[in-house]
Structure formats: structure tokens, C-alpha cells
Design a protein around this ligand. Sequence first.
Ligand code: NAP
Length: 278
Amino acid sequence: MQNKFTMAGVMGWPVEHSRSPVIHNHWLREYNITGAYGLFPVEPKQLGVAISGLRALGLAGCNLTIPHKVSAMQYVDWIDPIAKRIGAINTIVIDSSGQLCGYNNDGFGYLHSLYEVNPAWKANRGPIVVLGAGGAARAILVSLLDAGAKEIRLINRTLDKADALAQEFGAVITTYDWSLRHEALQGCSLLVNTTSLGMHRQDSLDIELHDLPQEALVSDIIYAPLQTQLLKTAQAKGNMTINGIGMLLHQARPAFKAWFGVMPEVSNELKKILKETF
Ligand code: NAP
């Protein structure tokens, strides 16, 4: 008997730039699974119709990317508690009873990108500095809190947004004015840039690393370019660095498992294939 053909894909607007098909179709081949992962350009006003169409078309589910991660929440039947706290979903899984279930795996992806580089990494090892208070920061903050972070210094250009997050997520988070980003690195164990500063065609992140301890991990979730100025400067100082490709790859793993039944591994071959697309 032939294996069941399973389909999933990513909804976005625009969506052509998404690397998710490269990742999922690679794993489908690697694990000999009969299926496909496609690109679905879905205009914002069609999102509700598109999501309800998943069931009608017999898809296993989908990913959601910009601009649908928040608005999609209203069209699913159930939302995972972690996704509720993050306030966005990036994955829909249709369960065995036909319910549309919403998840957010970005925080999982972020933590696992750290574990990949340092399996012994612990969130409670020392203060963590998070730059940025947008959508990606929310996912990363929730994952760091759940991993046991004891002190998070949150720094954002618009201080009000950081203050609102600290209010929402509790006393582990303290906020600093953007002008204090250099000094706030004193004694920190992890620095993560979640702003868009440093991306292709954006200004680079202006931060002095004099006060950054030598043992601190430095992570930038930007993946285009792979080596941001922040990572280059940190490397030159001798700090261990992590680029954004790990988060991108690891966030895809739980969705693949839910749709296709196998928890996939992030191989060097897949990383090489993905890097060649940038
Ligand atoms: P977002 O919600 O639009 O947030 C953007 C953040 O960048 C805000 O904190 C914003 O500060 C800050 N920012 C923008 N321009 C700035 C400037 N000139 N000076 C100082 N701060 C500035 O975006 P997002 O969805 O969180 O994404 C942020 C970055 O993460 C993007 O580069 C995205 O590609 C990357 N990302 C990577 C992954 C991955 O898998 N590796 C996943 C998600 C996102 P204000 O609040 O002051 O505007």
C-alpha cells in the first residue's frame, strides 16, 4: 500500500522569500516521507478563508509568517498556552478530531539554537541582555523565562514598549533606556539582538562591547547577513557567537514532527543548503 501523501505549507504576504520550503522539503527527502511543503501567498483579507480551507483541502497544517502571526489567532479552534503568552502563532496543526491548533515555536527554536552551540547552556547562569521589544523579542523572552532566567535586562529604542513587556512578564525583567545599552552588558552571560538593526539594508547596531564579559554568549537572530557586525565584533573580542540560522531551523522541527510524524535533526548539510539561499 502506498504511504499517505501529506501536505503543509507557509502562508504569508509576501511569502516568496520564505526559506521554510527548503527546510521542510529537505527533511521530507531525508526521512523518505511522501509529502510536500508549499508556499501560499495569502492576502491579509483572505486569511480566515485560507485557514478554514486547510481542513477542506486535507492539509496537515501550515506555518504563518509576516503579516499573519497575530491575526491568525482568531481563526483557530485552540491556542497553545505558550503561544498565548507570546501573543502570536507561527504554526497550525490539524489534530485527529479536525481541530485547528495554533502554536508558536519561535522560542523553542531560539533556545535550541543555543543548546546546539552549547548543550550545557543554562538560562540562570547570569543576567541576560535582550535588545528589542518586538514580536521576536516576545517569543524569546517567554522561552528564557520558562528556561529559568533570573534576570533579564530589556533594552529597546522605544522604552514604553519594553516597560509594557516587563509589566506583563514580571519582575525578572528590568528595563533600561536605549542610551544605557553599553553599560547594561556588565556581568551578563548572554546578549541577544532581536532588533532589526544589522539586517541587510538596515543601519547596523551601534553598541560598545567593552563591558561584555569574555564568557558571555552573543547571539543575533538576524540571518541575512549571517555574520552581523555585532557578531564580528564579539568574535574579535573572543566571545562565543550564534547567528540567526539556528533559530530559523530549530523552530521548524516541532511543526515537522506534528505534521509528518518525525522529529527531524538539523544537519550540517541542511545548514549548508540553507546558507546557499542567502
Ligand atoms: P518587529 O516586531 O518589527 O520589532 C523590531 C524591533 O527592532 C523593535 O524592538 C524596534 O524598536 C527595533 N528597531 C527597529 N529599528 C530600530 C532602530 N533604528 N534603532 C533601534 N531599534 C530599532 O520585528 P521582529 O518580528 O521582532 O523581528 C526582528 C528581527 O528578528 C528581524 O531582523 C527578523 O528578521 C529577525 N527574526 C529572526 C528570526 C529567526 O528565526 N532567526 C525569527 C523572527 C525574527 P522600536 O520598538 O523602538 O520600534
